[in-house]
Design a protein around this ligand. Structure first.
Ligand code: KG4
Ligand code: ZN
Length: 336
């Protein structure tokens, strides 16, 4: 079984061919980061225009790298939600046209389920059920992965996503967009106990979390230091931010695992590339003898392979879309 996956939900145009659910035959990613950097964040209209220009070449390249023709694929999977609406529409319309022209089935994929599926590509033996923390630039969710195609959200951020918190703190510190990786690099030479940062408490659902209090406190701290003419070590502040985010992610995940009886834990989304988050969750799981999974670094951020992989499982489960498929900017993962 060969599935073509297409991703265009944010600032990466990506296409990939995945064979028998777990094997990547090709993966092509055209990133727009350099262009959006000038504006300090993704400019939606520019993102849509670049997807429009690049999507055909990226898909042709993915087919050619895999030594396959469109006629060889069993289905065309595409991210249809959630994401920037104009960006998603490019991928959805392109995939619809391909499916129409080739007569191949069209398979809708939820972007977050794609991030989770990145773990299947890195760990051939991983099977549901398990508990997954998905932390990306736009989402932070604690999810029960009940089967390859069934999900239950048990906790979520009340405000900013973890990646958004990394990026906004990084911006306040003068790092370029996207700042998560810069905080990660600076943290390597910093002391994680040097700066005391809040661990925002959340009332209500015990598995919900919050990152905006942390972000605000970092921004205020930098302003006060600037007004007083003092300087804060970027390395120490980065290490402290990273340790706090890692701690929030780890404590919520482990509390949910214990309460719900999960001994199999996974991490996913762009923030799963973070050195501190990876190490903290891995250690917490090792201490309790739990199995822990995280994607290889090149599969943490947005890519087509994760969409092709999840598309393969959706295909096997009989999930199809017709020509009325539309893009959806906001859609809970447990709605599919
Ligand atoms: O999953 P993703 O590629 O896009 C969304 O679906 O949102 O995640 C992008 C996010 C950005 O906020 C980026 O700064 C963050 O993932 N990120 C990191 C690291 N690498 C990417 N955050 C912290 N440390 C990293 N090494
Ligand atoms: Zn993503």
């Amino acid at each position: 079984m060969l599935i073509l996956g297409i991703e265009s939900s944010c600032d990466e145009t990506a296409a990939s061919l995945c064979e028998d659910c777990r094997s990547i035959r090709s993966s092509v990613i055209s990133t727009q980061i350099e262009e959006h950097k000038k504006y300090g964040g993704v400019v939606p209209e520019i993102a849509s225009r670049r997807h429009c220009e690049n999507i055909l070449d990226v898909t042709r390249q993915a087919l050619s790298d895999a030594g396959a023709a469109l006629a060889d694929v069993d289905g065309i999977a595409v991210t249809y939600a959630p994401g920037l609406i104009g960006a998603l529409l490019v991928g959805v319309n392109f995939a619809k046209a391909l499916a129409f022209a080739s007569g191949k089935p069209l398979i809708p994929v939820h972007h977050i389920s794609g991030h989770i599926a990145a773990n299947y590509l890195s760990h051939k033996k991983l099977e549901p059920p398990y508990l997954c923390m998905v932390a990306s630039g736009a989402h932070s969710h604690l999810i029960e992965v009940l089967s390859y195609t069934e999900f239950r959200v048990i906790g979520r951020t009340r405000d900013d996503a973890a990646g958004e918190c990394f990026d906004k703190c990084a911006r306040a510190m003068g790092f370029p967009y996207p700042g998560g990786i810069h905080i990660d690099n600076a943290a390597k030479s910093g002391d994680p106990r040097a700066v005391k940062l809040p661990h925002p408490a959340v009332a209500g659902n015990e598995f919900d979390f919050s990152f905006s209090g942390l972000k605000t406190s970092v921004i205020n701290m930098l302003h006060h230091a600037e007004q007083k003419g003092e300087s804060i070590s970027k390395n120490d502040l980065s290490a402290s931010i990273q340790a706090t985010i890692s701690d929030i992610i780890t404590s919520k995940t482990m509390a949910a695992a214990e309460a719900l009886g999960y001994k199999k834990i996974a991490l996913a989304g762009g923030v799963s590339a973070n050195t501190g988050v990876r190490a903290a969750l891995q250690k917490a799981c090792a201490d309790l003898g739990y199995d822990f999974y995280m994607p290889e670094l090149n599969l943490c951020g947005d890519n087509g392979a994760m969409i092709a992989c999840q598309g393969s499982y959706n295909f096997l489960a009989g999930i199809r879309a017709d020509e009325s498929l539309n893009a959806v900017a906001t859609l809970p993962i447990d709605n599919i």
